[in-house]
Write a protein that binds this ligand. Structure first.
Ligand code: ZN
Length: 246
């Protein structure tokens, strides 16, 4: 339960930042927001992601470069600083939480709790899976949906008073819903397939994808870790990957 609460907090922070960033311009009305959200360029998506990452980093204890976790992550990702033209930047949050995420600007964050339970190759699988969600466009689509919805809500609130604060609290809830929503089975398969290619291209052990998912499955009894709450069905995924790589 504690872990779920931690995740919710993170998701809310991410989203609140995005909302604030979007409001910074001040002069954009709801209609313009909606139009812009529907046509977010990759560059805009990256820019919003970078702002979210900066804000989220500020909410966590980030391992300094000479910290053991940071050194380990840097070493095991030495040949994965770039993927498909996207520069990847890694940091570790010192928190006993089983979670990790990637953002559209190449931000990759691991919680120390996840690193504690995984081998280097298993961590590389998680990197590949998260990068897969970004490269397949899942992250961008979610961001577009979130911004479009926020614009709609702003429009609805604009007829009342106290628009700013009210809209922000409405947006926080909406954004949270979007981020906390599970990836679909299809998205998970796509990200897993990407992770296998990610590992293959770098001559790493693809079997680590299976063992990582089995560990997560055991840990949670099928659904308790933070990572699993957004990346579901580890058992089925492990079974599917096993048949792919043998
Ligand atoms: Zn996933």
């Amino acid at each position: 339960m504690h872990r779920r609460i931690a995740l919710t907090g993170t998701a809310t922070l991410l989203l609140a930042t995005s909302a604030q960033a979007f409001n910074l311009g001040g002069m954009v009305d709801a209609a313009k927001d909606a139009a812009r959200a529907a046509t977010l360029s990759d560059e805009e998506v990256r820019a919003y992601a970078a702002q979210m990452a900066q804000h989220t980093d500020a909410q966590h204890r980030v391992a300094p470069a000479d910290n053991a976790y940071a050194k380990r992550l840097a070493a095991l990702t030495a040949n994965a600083r770039e993927d498909g033209g996207m520069r990847l930047n890694y940091k570790v949050y010192l928190k006993p939480e089983v979670n990790a995420f990637a953002m559209a600007d190449g931000t990759i964050r691991f919680y120390s709790g996840l690193m504690d339970m995984m081998t280097d190759d298993e961590i590389r699988y998680v990197v590949g899976h998260e990068v897969g969600h970004v490269q397949a466009g899942h992250t961008k689509r979610r961001m577009q949906t979130a911004l479009a919805t926020s614009a709609a809500r702003k429009g609805a609130a604009a007829s009342g008073s106290g628009v700013g604060a009210l809209a922000a609290s409405e947006l926080g809830g909406l954004f949270e819903q979007v981020i906390r929503a599970r990836h679909s089975q299809n998205n998970e398969r796509e990200a897993d397939d990407y992770a296998l290619q990610f590992l293959s291209r770098r001559n790493h052990n693809r079997r680590a994808a299976v063992t990582a998912l089995e560990k997560l499955d055991k840990l949670s009894g099928g659904g308790g870790s933070n990572w699993l709450s957004t990346h579901p069905s580890p058992k089925e995924r492990a079974d599917r990957i096993r048949t792919q790589i043998t």
